[in-house]
Design a protein around this ligand. Structure first.
Ligand code: HPA
Length: 251
């Protein structure tokens, strides 16, 4: 079973033949919404909309622990693909680019970011050298290539707190830190997946130039953002369909 977490603009997957929906409660509270179970091609899939079906949950209020627990412990997902919209920092990652990041930097704060949160359980420090699963990233990149889509497979994702966008100076700083794209939901999601020992990878749709970059030199153009995002998410859907069609072993 493969889990897909849909981000902004991706609250459902047309190609997913939904067999059932399930409300799941977890020891960490409620996930963002019902889990939709079904198939894409030969692949069993469970889908969850990260911001809720009506897109009402802002990035800093997503219950990441409940989402991850529901998908892995309740639904039995063996791998997670995260879909996220991001801003482009690196020169070649403008609006419309598709990115499968290989690294992440966490700038978020105040989020419940660990399952190992005290109590009686022993402290566990998970390895996070490679935050994204190599094999799952490879499958995403191969699926994109098979679908005839260009993707960038080496990019550093900066996770910011939101919900506001960044200042130009903040983006400059992220660029100096080595970040190539910026989004608000990559953490603690990736780290929680690692704590649960579940392969996790992300496919990111660049919706806009990050603040101060490209045509966002003085302001971010929201009017264009939605159209670009919808088109790019159409490509993300094709990648996911292709990945599910070429199902190999688990997940
Ligand atoms: N910054 C942070 N998150 C984002 C952006 C951005 O410019 N665009 C889409 N998600």
């Amino acid at each position: 079973m493969l889990a897909i977490i849909g981000g902004s603009g991706l609250t459902q997957l047309a190609s997913l033949e939904v067999a059932r929906r399930e409300v799941v409660r977890t020891p960490y509270g409620e996930p963002s919404g019902t889990l939709a179970f079904g198939r894409i091609g030969a692949q069993e899939v469970v889908f969850l909309a990260r911001h809720g079906h009506g897109h009402t949950i802002p990035p800093h209020r997503v219950n990441y622990r409940a989402n991850l627990w529901a998908l892995v412990k309740a639904a039995g997902a063996e791998g997670i693909i995260s879909v996220a919209s991001v801003g482009g920092i690196r020169d070649d990652l403008g609006p419309g680019a598709l990115v499968v990041p290989h690294q992440i930097i966490d700038y978020t704060w105040g989020r419940m970011h660990s399952f190992f949160d005290g109590g009686d359980a022993p402290v566990v420090h998970v390895d996070f050298t490679e935050p994204y699963d190599r094999a799952l990233r490879e499958r995403l990149l191969c699926a994109a290539a098979a679908a005839g889509l260009k993707t960038s497979g080496a990019a550093v994702y900066a996770a910011t707190q939101g919900p506001r966008l960044e200042s130009a100076a903040e983006i400059e700083r992220l660029a100096r830190d080595g970040a190539d794209i910026v989004g608000m939901t990559g953490m603690p999601e990736a780290a929680l997946a690692r704590e649960l020992e579940i392969p996790y990878a992300a496919i990111c749709a660049v919706a806009n130039w990050a603040a101060g970059r490209g045509d966002s030199a003085s302001t971010i153009h929201f009017d264009r953002l939605e159209a670009v995002l919808q088109e790019t998410l159409g490509q993300v859907r094709r990648v996911i369909e292709q990945l599910c069609a070429t199902r190999v072993a688990a997940p």
